[in-house]
Design a protein around this ligand. Structure first.
Ligand code: ZN
Length: 125
């Protein structure tokens, strides 16, 4: 398989992912983020509703973030810079691109970033 064919395959995979995120309604379905006070008779319900609200908010945030990565990856396909690590300019392993076609980092730098983020998170809590 030529390099172009491979990139085209990733591009199709990215488009499919994008479509499935949009179908899940990450974009415009904000109904469950609204709480109406009449619908909440007691405190337990309020609590569970707040938890539910936070969960869907987190999921939606994650989907939006993923969507952003996908858009950026599609842009890189157009620019001919797809599959190159942003940190070291080395090609990203195809095994990694197959499972995460929207990644911008090689495994070395992805792990480095993950370690940094974990440290930041620990400082926050
Ligand atoms: Zn790298």
């Amino acid at each position: 398989m030529s390099k172009d064919d491979q990139v085209e395959e990733y591009r199709l995979q990215l488009l499919k992912l994008k479509q499935s995120i949009i179908n899940e309604g990450a974009y415009n379905n904000t109904d469950d983020l609204k709480i109406s006070s009449e619908d909440l008779p007691d405190e337990a319900d309020i609590a569970s509703n707040v938890i539910h609200q936070q969960v869907s908010f987190t999921i939606r945030n994650r989907l939006m973030e993923k969507l952003k990565f996908i858009e950026e990856a599609l842009y890189r396909v157009d620019q001919g810079s797809y599959g190159i690590c942003e940190e070291c300019d080395e090609p990203i392993a195809s095994k990694r691109l197959r499972t995460q076609p929207f990644t911008t980092l090689c495994i070395t730098h992805a792990e480095e970033l993950e370690r940094e983020q974990k440290q930041k998170f620990r400082k926050l809590i």
